[in-house]
Design a protein around this ligand. Structure first.
Ligand SMILES: Nc1nc2c(ncn2[C@@H]2O[C@H](COP(=O)(O)OP(=O)(O)OP(=O)(O)O)[C@@H](O)[C@H]2O)c(=O)[nH]1
Length: 344
């Protein structure tokens, strides 16, 4: 049986504690003492070594003074969404999240809201359904506080009262910005999130969003099932083969007769409104998402764009090094029109 150090790195968390015998000696022949070891990395959900607290993965937020005019492509009427079930997920980092699963009248996909903290509630989930019992409500997650064995009612109010402060009294412009909920609109990426792909930065961005929201114990990742910028997994895999044949990520989509980006964000707007969010800070490097998520009639106001620059994006130090990720980032910046706030 081989030792665990021979397994690929993705099979074991990179900051898992080492046994004393595994800690290398430095040039002085001394092993680092426990006080010299850098144990200061914050807990994150999956890849803590990519998202230390002090690197420029979270540069200064950019206030959104005036957003671009909504494009004609935005729908006049938002889709209808309904949260059909919610469940508490204790995570490996210690943070508790609440998964909200939505149905809608546009497609048959199970879009999700990953909610950090227990302040944010879904209006459609809490609505009383005809004929339902208290047990029915608890089973679909429409309860207040926490479930425990033998609980009889969904309506207890123990946990929420302490959080009912701040949001409704005397906001200055500044406190309004500070209190706006941190939101990420994330498009599903099977390859980047599950198959450890280094062709894109999706997995790392999801981890970074989770880390920031864990810190605030507040926030929402709207997780949209629009794989491969909306073309689906099988077409995205064909695009990868075309990329290996020499095409860039945009050209590969066009050769397959797809638009460069086939995504839409109206479901995200509708889900955020269902979660009672009209003032948000948006975590993204893609400024086009601002107008898209605000909606044609500005149903939502984005107060800040919070850029996220993972180490993989910084060409000069650390991070993932592969010709694929470099090609992806180059194309994203040059051809998708994404702006970075600082040079890489
Ligand atoms: N078609 C295609 N889709 C890709 C490729 N690489 C990643 N994706 C998808 O792109 C989506 C993420 O979009 P990106 O353009 O990377 O980022 P963004 O959402 O516009 O911007 P951020 O908010 O900053 O992440 C996910 O759905 C991925 O599956 C690719 O080479 N081809």
């Amino acid at each position: 049986m081989s030792s665990s150090s021979e397994f690929p790195s993705f099979l074991s968390p990179r900051i898992s504690p080492q046994r004393d015998s595994e800690i290398a000696e430095d040039s002085t022949g001394l092993k680092p003492s426990p006080s010299n070891l850098d144990l200061s990395l914050p807990p994150t959900i999956i890849s803590p070594s990519f998202t230390p607290d002090t690197v420029p993965s979270t540069p200064v937020p950019i206030p959104v003074i005036s957003t671009p005019q909504p494009s004609d492509g935005l729908p006049d009427v938002l889709p209808e969404v309904e949260c059909i079930v919610r469940a508490r997920i204790p995570t490996t980092s210690g943070t508790e999240i609440f998964l909200h699963l939505y149905k809608n009248n546009l497609d048959n996909k199970e879009h999700l809201a990953i909610v950090f903290g227990n302040k944010i509630r879904s209006k459609s989930l809490d609505r009383v359904r005809e004929g339902e019992t208290e047990l029915d409500r608890m089973i679909r997650g429409a309860y207040v506080g926490r479930l425990y064995p033998g609980r009889k009612t969904s309506r207890e109010d123990e946990a929420l009262q302490e959080d009912d402060t701040a949001k409704d009294t005397g906001w200055s412009q500044w406190s309004l910005i500070r209190l706006a909920t941190l939101v990420r609109i994330h498009s599903e990426c099977y390859t980047g999130e599950t198959a450890w792909s280094a062709r894109c930065d999706c997995g790392e961005q999801l981890d970074e969003a989770a880390r920031l929201m864990s810190k605030e114990n507040d926030g929402i990742v709207v997780y949209l099932r629009q794989e491969g910028r909306g073309i689906g997994l099988s077409e995205k895999l064909k695009a990868y083969n075309l990329q290996d044949l020499g095409a860039d990520t945009v050209t590969a989509n066009l050769l397959l007769r797809h638009p460069a980006d086939a995504r839409s964000y109206s479901l995200a707007t509708a889900i955020l409104l269902d979660l009672d969010q009209t003032e948000i800070r948006l975590l993204t490097n893609n400024p086009d998402k601002i107008a898209a998520v605000e909606g044609k009639h500005r149903e939502i106001k984005v107060h800040e764009r919070v850029p996220m620059v993972p180490i993989a994006w910084r060409m000069n130090s650390g991070g993932i090094r592969s010709k694929e990720v470099e090609g992806y980032l180059k194309t994203k910046i040059e051809r998708m029109g994404h702006m970075l706030d600082k040079p890489l």
